[in-house]
Ligand binder design. Structure first.
Ligand code: ASP
Length: 611
């Protein structure tokens, strides 16, 4: 027996018991003839006291940091208690010990506040994983996993594994491919998600499926993306969108309850994609705070049916101020209680919106002072009354600061969204402890791909249009004759039965009701520019399956790593993955990817042609 207890287990109730502990040496402190060693395992830390009689042995067999040590002794009450740790009332007075294994000096300290930089910690991830902070993240990840499984099991979902070696059908991200030795010149692809398999399982009658599953996407890694990541992937048959929304908001509430002990009783708000874009400038708004956008815009070309806010009788095309007069879009937002911002603060924010990532030319402000007067960077062009009208139309009350952004529609909307989030963060309105869920629904079915002048699926090609839009799809030719006016094409207005779940401004999951009839699926492939032959070649198995009694179905997938990081209060999903890749997609611990032997290449009949 290596140990009778863990290093996190002993309390005053164990005093006088003989125990054996095993773990890693955290610290060694010598005081004259006695030595204290803190012994650590994943359950905690226990102080070991080595008295005079063991000194000789400690000198002969010196113990260093991260040595694996076994010690037997009596649990004794500490005179100098440590309330910071659960075992702080006791120590173990060691009678005998054994070094189970030595350790090289670790390259960084195994502490909450480690001296190790990111790269070093990733290279020695097995040591990094010994740290409390990382261990807590993995524990949380496991708790989320367990909670999800419990809920889904209770609801009658079945975990069914689907293959990793599949066929390459790139649509959306790039596939990772794996050469097949037994089929020279042919390649498998790693799944970007189990999408088609889960749909086939619905055809097979497994009407509630789930899997906590790895997905692989060979994308350029933007911040906080991993080439392999995990989804909670779910599918249900005989459901409408409403059934899915109900089921999966319960799932997330259940997880929040289990993991954060928060009873999320409030109804999950819902917002159409269009409303989200119009009011918040992005499709995953953080609704923990207001500061909605006011659109002062001549008929928006993206949202032609929306009407712009008006400010008195100001004609924003003829203000005399070039930045506004020439602008495709003008967006205002009111920052509560910030009318007293100094020149310096505003200058700094102006620089912030001018950074290349945001790309604005400048930032117009109006201070709507508490006494009702207005002060602005565009005083010259507007009367005070007009400034007040703009401020009020932006939703401002006296005491608020108003920002105006102007420029190309898409860019300005995005910049306004970023500025809103930044202000929310700076002003402490994005409180980590407050969780706010939101369903964004009614996404467009298609997105226009400018470079190729064609439609691409906004979610994926298996997503069903809203029933009332099916005819628009069937009756119209997808061809885009005038690229500049693609928004006038009937396809631009087709909405999907697709939905995203948003938590605190992060998309944590997304899914859709699926097409389940062969003719509509074929029409969809055609709309995306696939020839019949291509469609049959890539997705013949699915089209075939749709001929054998496919039930109506739909589903969703949650980004498991992201969900964990948000619930753990971290920005980075890497912190919640045991062995993550770095920003270049490398595993620096394994030093992967790497080259392979000539012999392996020969077996695969692959010849490299490196450029
Ligand atoms: N497979 C989809 C995805 O990975 C999710 C879904 O539609 O269920 O985004």
């Amino acid at each position: 027996m290596y140990r009778s207890h863990t290093c996190g287990e002993l309390r005053l109730g164990h005093v006088h018991q003989e125990v054996t502990l095993a773990g890693w040496v955290q610290t060694i402190r010598k005081f004259g003839s006695i030595t204290f060693i803190d012994l650590r395992d994943r359950y905690g830390i226990t102080q070991l006291l080595f008295g005079e009689e063991l000194n000789q042995q400690l000198t002969e067999q010196p113990v260093g940091r991260e040595f694996v040590l076994q010690a037997t002794g009596l649990v004794t009450e500490r005179s100098n208690k440590n309330p910071q740790i659960l075992t702080g009332d006791i120590e173990v007075t060691v009678q005998s010990f054994k070094i189970l294994n030595a350790s090289a000096v670790p390259p960084f300290t195994i502490q909450d506040d480690t001296d190790g930089g990111d790269d070093l910690r990733m290279k020695y991830r097995f040591l990094d994983l010994r740290r409390n902070a990382v261990r807590k993240n993995l524990e949380l990840r496991y708790a989320v996993n367990r909670s999800a499984r419990n809920f889904l099991h209770q609801q009658g979902f079945m975990d069914i594994e689907t293959p990793f070696l599949i066929k390459s059908t790139p649509e959306g991200a790039r596939d990772f491919v794996v050469p097949s030795r037994m089929n020279p010149g042919q390649f498998y692809a790693l799944p970007q998600s189990p999408q088609t398999f889960k749909q086939l399982l619905m055809v097979s009658g497994y009407d509630r499926y789930y899997q906590i599953v790895k997905c692989f996407r060979d994308e350029d890694l933007r911040a906080d993306r991993q080439p392999e990541f995990t989804q909670i992937d779910c599918e249900m048959a005989f459901v409408e969108q409403e059934d899915i929304l109900q089921m999966f908001e319960q799932l997330i509430k259940h997880i929040i309850k289990d993991v954060k002990q928060i009873d999320y009783t409030a109804e999950v708000e819902r917002m159409t994609w269009e409303e989200a874009m119009w009011r918040y400038g992005n499709d995953k708004p953080d609704i923990r705070f207001g500061m909605q956008l006011a659109n002062f815009q001549f008929p928006s070309h993206t949202f032609p049916q929306r009407s712009a806010a008006t400010a008195g009788n100001i004609d924003f095309r003829q203000t005399g101020f070039a930045v506004l007069d020439g602008a495709e879009t003008i967006i205002g937002m009111a920052v509560t209680g910030c009318a007293e911002y100094t020149r310096k603060q505003i200058d700094e924010l102006t620089e912030w919106v001018k950074r290349p990532q945001i790309g604005m030319q400048g930032l117009v402000y109006i201070k709507y002072n508490a006494d009702g007067t207005c002060k602005s960077s565009i005083d010259k062009f507007f009367s005070e009354e007009q400034l007040k009208a703009i401020a009020e139309s932006s939703g401002a009350l006296p005491g608020d600061l108003v920002f105006l952004l102007a420029g190309r529609e898409e860019k300005t909307r995005k910049a306004a969204s970023e500025l809103r989030l930044e202000m929310g963060k700076r002003l402490g309105w994005r409180k980590e402890e407050e969780l706010k869920l939101l369903w964004v629904v009614d996404f467009p079915l298609f997105e226009y791909a400018e470079e190729e002048n064609r439609w691409v699926a906004r979610h994926h090609p298996f997503t069903a249009p809203k029933p009332e839009h099916i005819a628009v799809m069937i009756d119209n030719d997808p061809e885009i004759k005038d690229a500049a006016r693609y928004l006038e094409h009937p396809y631009a207005g087709i909405k999907a039965n697709a939905y995203d779940m948003v938590l605190n401004g992060n998309e944590i999951g997304g899914g859709s009701i699926r097409i389940f009839q062969r003719p509509l699926q074929e029409k969809m492939f055609a709309a995306l520019g696939m020839t019949e032959e291509e469609a049959r070649h890539k997705f013949g198995f699915l089209l075939g399956a749709f001929e054998y009694g496919a039930p109506p179905h739909g589903g969703i997938a949650f980004g498991f790593d992201r969900l964990c990081s948000i619930l753990g209060g971290s920005e980075s999903i890497r912190d919640f993955i045991a062995f993550p890749k770095n920003n270049s997609g490398r595993d620096v611990m394994l030093d992967a990817p790497g080259t392979i032997d000539q012999q392996q290449l020969d077996e695969l009949q692959i010849k490299l042609n490196l450029k």
